[in-house]
Design a protein around this ligand. Structure first.
Ligand SMILES: Cc1cc2nc3c(=O)[nH]c(=O)nc-3n(C[C@H](O)[C@H](O)[C@H](O)COP(=O)(O)OP(=O)(O)OC[C@H]3O[C@@H](n4cnc5c(N)ncnc54)[C@H](O)[C@@H]3O)c2cc1C
Length: 420
């Protein structure tokens, strides 16, 4: 069985570069969409850029996510307005639009074979969730002319091939794609344009010196210090111990996906991606090869040893007809979630930046965060300033209590989902 279904369709990763520099203008920790986009855009701004990645480029969440590209922010416009005011909510909507436009511009410019398909559907599991989604759709249509379409039970059932949901909303603006293809295209472009990408290289510490930031890295058992004026922390849910600020605010959460063999008949006739309204979300789509790519289940601590067996019941619950479908790939990834589910895209101190905590909506926003941070490093900080206005509260109880508290919260959410 393959790791991700995406690796079945995309070329292998770039080989790692050999020599690590002693000095560079900017060093990026993390080779996912945030880090790669930052590397590409910093290079385009003329900075000497070094990226270190503990594993392989794109092996984090970026190369193994659900591939759903959502407009806006992880929190909806109503929530944003209630928590930050109308002006900030509007500004964040516009930045969300820019994030989508950036992904489309990059995949076109870099000729990334992403198999893009438009259309997202939110499937509501309770009457209350459907009422809320309907009201929000009306609001979005009135305010931003988004073209949201409300689907009653019957219309939704024919759109997504299951009668398990009460109703839903179709968003023509979002869509889905092979995320690994975007990762690879970004990595290739950054490399070709002069960024130095080092896989298998872990950052162990970041400290300020009178001459700039010093990042200590290890690679194949050897330690190396790199001095840079700018450091970008882009390790997201996989990064611990480099920044107490991020450790207190970004919690790792594992999420699981399976891909079935190609289905002979399409179950989602117009080919949209679907995400449901549960707190422990199910999200699914048929990919360009006709496989059902289905995400369901999450854990904070150790995950299941048999991912296919763990996710299959979620698939069977939504699509009973697929319960015995052979599975060709089963994988997990770690996302970084924040307390209020809003990303942390900001300058932590002079020369030190962070892009993290996308809370399950990073395909567009992480790619954008890399550019926003690179632009800020080059002197254009207006977008970074907007993201910096989002409150970034720490999780209660500090690092030690994060996992037990999160497990309690998750148990509560799954009970709430079951009770409706
Ligand atoms: C299973 C799953 C499904 C998802 N589905 C969706 C979806 O459908 N739509 C969507 O928009 N978002 C989705 N997401 C979220 C999305 O994938 C992430 O928000 C996004 O990829 C974050 O990109 P990133 O570059 O910040 O982090 P990552 O891609 O996680 O990259 C971080 C990298 O940093 C490296 N690293 C960490 N610490 C160090 C260190 N000390 N030294 C060197 N390297 C280090 C890690 O090895 C990792 O490769 C999903 C996430 C998961 C896990």
């Amino acid at each position: 069985m393959s790791d991700t279904a995406y690796a079945l369709d995309v070329a292998p990763p770039l080989p790692s570069e050999a020599a690590l520099p002693d000095r560079t203008d900017a060093i990026i920790v993390g080779g996912g969409l945030t880090g790669l986009s930052a590397a590409l855009h910093l290079t385009r701004h003329g900075l000497r850029t070094t990226l270190v990645e503990a594993g392989g480029i794109g092996d984090g969440a970026s190369g193994r996510n659900g591939g759903q590209l959502h407009p806006g922010q992880r929190r909806d416009q109503r929530w944003l307005e209630a928590h930050g005011g109308a002006r900030l909510a509007d500004a964040l909507w516009r930045l969300g639009e820019e994030a989508l436009a950036l992904v489309h511009a990059l995949r076109t410019e870099l000729k990334a074979d992403c198999a893009w398909r438009p259309g997202l559907i939110e499937a509501c599991h309770t009457d209350a969730a459907f009422a809320e989604a309907t009201a929000l759709a009306d609001d979005m249509n009135a305010r931003y002319r988004t073209g949201h379409e409300v689907l009653d039970h019957t219309a939704l059932a024919s759109a997504i091939g299951t009668r398990r949901y009460v109703g839903g909303v179709r968003d023509p603006h979002g869509g889905h794609m092979n995320p690994l293809a975007l990762v690879r295209a970004l990595a290739d472009a950054a490399h070709v344009e002069g960024a130095h990408l080092h896989g298998g290289t872990r950052a162990m510490s970041v400290r300020q010196t009178p001459h700039g930031w010093s990042v200590r890295v290890t690679r194949a058992g050897r330690t190396h210090e790199i001095l840079a004026q700018t450091v970008i922390l882009a390790g997201n849910g996989y990064m611990r111990g480099l920044s107490p600020y991020l450790d207190a605010r970004v919690m790792p959460l594992r999420n699981y996906i399976i891909a079935t063999e190609r289905l002979t008949e399409p179950v989602i006739p117009a080919g949209e991606a679907v995400a449901d309204s549960r707190a422990v979300i199910r999200y699914f789509r048929q990919d360009s090869e006709g496989r059902m790519v289905f995400g369901g289940g999450e854990s904070f601590g150790r995950g299941p040893s048999d991912i296919a067996a763990f996710v299959r019941p979620y698939l069977a619950e939504v699509y009973p007809q697929l319960k015995d479908m052979p599975i060709v790939a089963a994988w997990q990834g770690t996302l970084g979630i924040t307390r209020d589910r809003m990303p942390i895209i900001r300058r932590l101190s002079p020369g030190l930046y962070a892009g993290a905590g996308f809370s399950g909506q990073g395909l567009g926003l992480a790619t954008f965060a890399g550019k926003v941070i690179a632009d800020a490093v080059a002197g254009e900080a207006s977008r970074l300033d907007v993201f910096s206005r989002i409150a970034a509260p720490p999780f209660p109880g500090g690092r030690l209590f994060q996992t037990p508290l999160a497990q309690l919260a998750m148990a509560w959410f799954s009970i709430r989902d079951r009770l409706g």
